[in-house]
Write a protein that binds this ligand. Structure first.
Ligand SMILES: C[S@@+](CC[C@H](N)C(=O)[O-])C[C@H]1O[C@@H](n2cnc3c(N)ncnc32)[C@H](O)[C@@H]1O
Length: 257
């Protein structure tokens, strides 16, 4: 695996602590499940804004055939990729920078598919460790934030995807910033096949952040002050910005040449 940047190392430590807490106490999984309600199949156990709309769109847009390989980039504990792999009868490889997430994903893969059909490994969005043109589909849900990371992710997706195959990614930008990301997509060798607005996305995060804040005492007791502080800081910083977010699910197709 290529060397991680200082930012990736810091993110890895943060997400390892987060996922360790999801395994040692049921509080975080419960709060995520409560925030999502019936908007997402409960078995997915996503730590993201994944919902039925997202799964349904990915299912129909990926256009994958049984036995092909789906790559889930920034897979977390793997639920989104595993759910899609079962539904599409495809094989799955998940990549995440958190070692703990990768271990948890490996442990639950047989809840969805025969274990030989899914594997998970540590890697980053810009260096997945996957081989050239190995995948016939990719998803990336709530992973990429900044413009530079978006460009690096597109480059890596272009490398790992077979020509003509598709990637389905969430993209959140500041409302009013237009479609600044579109030229980047085209320069990276993709066509934009579909852009599906997700007006419901901010409300999912709003519900979750309000739950974290209202359960502060429980969070501190179950997770300790250090992790509780990190989560509460995120909630308080992001909550006021949510109204200014515009989120979409984009389907990109790797050009043949
Ligand atoms: C909000 S969670 C979403 C997880 C998963 N996609 C889901 O829907 O449940 C974001 C995930 O992205 C991973 N991540 C963040 N930055 C990453 C990077 N640069 N490379 C690889 N994974 C990354 C984190 O470890 C975390 O598991």
């Amino acid at each position: 695996m290529s060397k991680m940047s200082p930012r990736e190392v810091a993110l890895q430590a943060e997400f390892d602590a987060f996922y360790t807490a999801t395994a040692s106490s049921d509080l975080l999984p419960r709060l995520h499940a409560e925030a999502l309600g019936d908007a997402c199949p409960s078995e997915v156990e996503a730590y993201s804004s994944c919902n039925w709309n997202l799964l349904g769109t990915a299912l129909s847009r990926l256009r994958m055939r049984p036995g092909q390989l789906l790559a889930d980039i920034g897979c977390g504990t793997g639920g989104v990729g595993l759910w899609l792999a079962r539904a599409l009868a495809v094989n799955l490889v998940g990549v995440d920078l958190s070692r703990t997430a990768v271990e948890l994903a490996m442990a639950r893969r047989s809840d969805f598919v025969p274990p030989e059909r899914a594997r998970f490994q540590v890697g980053t969005v810009r260096a997945t460790g996957l081989s050239d043109q190995c995948a016939q589909g990719a998803i990336c849900v709530d992973v990429v934030v900044g413009t530079a990371e978006w460009a690096a992710t597109l480059q890596e997706l272009h490398r790992i995807l077979e020509p003509g195959s598709r990637a389905v990614l969430t993209r959140t930008v500041r409302a009013g910033s237009g479609t600044v990301w579109k030229p980047q997509v085209e320069n990276a060798g993709f066509e934009i096949e579909d852009v599906c607005e997700r007006p419901e996305e901010p409300q999912i995060w709003r519900s979750l952040y309000h739950l974290w804040i209202s359960r502060e005492r429980e969070l501190r007791r179950a997770l300790g002050d250090a992790l509780a502080d990190t989560l509460l800081k995120e909630a308080r910083e992001v909550l006021p910005r949510l109204g200014r977010h515009r989120s979409s699910l984009v389907t990109l197709r790797r050009r043949a040449t």
